[in-house]
Design a protein around this ligand. Structure first.
Ligand code: BV8
Length: 251
């Protein structure tokens, strides 16, 4: 891998000074682990569906077996994936600085990388919940091609937040508090299109935090962020974290 260009000196200076960090991650941080991003073309069977058409209560009500199979396919993908240097860099940052790690991802890769506290805004694909009682169930018989019956009446559904569903209140409150309290808000691998998650870096900007975006492509946040670094999370995040924790790092 070619040597990365140095980070802008003003960014390094501020990263070295900062003591309170928050990070919001999206599907892009898991791309280098081989997990397709939410909007990248779905492969094979799923090429003809858009995620927004499957990740909804209406889709589940209309065709529970189709939606259940989509999640079973994604669970297999995620189980075969391993955390990458981007996930591990955030573990390293949390070992040196106070960090609130907020993720939109449901793939559990932050926890598998070693992050102990992860604010899961959109749930977790490795949990299910009962449609009748909301009680969480794990594990369950994955051999089903349709949602298995739950022990409490109703059937099982993935314990994730679908479009049109409210986010878990406690998680959203904790994420907003972190956005308002942090000095540096890292925004990694998200298209910054889905709300209310996409509002978090805007809240951080409002209170004067330094917002740093890491993404190979521009997003609606790019022009508002103090720094928008074009590149892959697996490459840039270790470099940014090294600047945060290594006082001797040269900018
Ligand atoms: C809500 C979990 C209100 C499921 C997800 C009309 C009707 C109803 C709601 C709405 C509406 N219009 C707008 C809304 C609000 C809606 C919304 O924002 N829609 C968008 C599309 C406009 N939001 C909601 O519905 C939310 N709920 O508003 O409820 C409410 C309140 C009270 C009571 C009742 C209701 C719920 C939103 C959550 C939906 N669930 N996921 C599942 O995973 O199956 S969203 C899903 O997409 C992801 O979780 C993620 O959050 C989101 C965005 O995806 P990203 O993570 O950003 O990934 P994406 O593929 O988009 O982008 C990847 C990025 O990575 C790219 O920028 C790419 O360049 C970059 N990248 C690629 N490789 C790399 C990389 N970056 C770094 N390194 C790399 N190597």
């Amino acid at each position: 891998m070619d040597a990365l260009p140095p980070l802008p000196s003003p960014l390094v200076t501020q990263l070295q000074r900062a003591r309170r960090f928050a990070a919001l991650t999206g599907a892009g941080i898991s791309a280098e682990s081989g997990v397709p991003t939410f909007r990248a073309a779905q492969t094979g069977l799923w090429a003809r569906y858009r995620p927004e058409e499957l990740a909804t209560p209406e889709a589940f009500d209309r065709d529970p077996a189709l939606v259940w199979s989509w999640y079973a396919w994604r669970r297999q993908l995620v189980a075969a994936a391993t955390p990458n240097p981007g996930h591990r860099a955030l573990v390293d940052l949390a070992n040196h600085r106070p960090l609130t790690l907020i993720t939109q991802n449901v793939d559990d890769l932050h926890r598998r990388a070693g992050s102990e506290e992860v604010v899961e805004l959109h749930g977790n694909i490795n949990r299910c919940r009962c449609t009748a009682t909301g009680r969480v169930v794990a594990p369950w018989d994955e051999g089903e091609t349709a949602p298995p019956p739950s022990p409490w009446g109703g059937v099982l559904r993935p314990d994730v937040v679908w479009f049109g569903e409210a986010l878990p209140e406690a998680a959203l409150e904790k994420a907003l508090q972190a956005a308002l309290d942090c000095e540096v808000f890292l925004v990694v691998g998200t298209s910054a299109l889905v709300y209310p998650a996409a509002a978090l870096p805007l809240a951080a900007l409002e209170v004067g935090a330094m917002v740093v975006e890491i993404n190979p492509e521009a997003t609606p946040l790019s022009d508002r962020a103090h720094f928008s670094l074009r590149g892959a999370a697996g490459e840039l995040l270790p470099q940014v974290v090294a600047a945060c924790v290594d006082a001797s790092s040269q900018g």
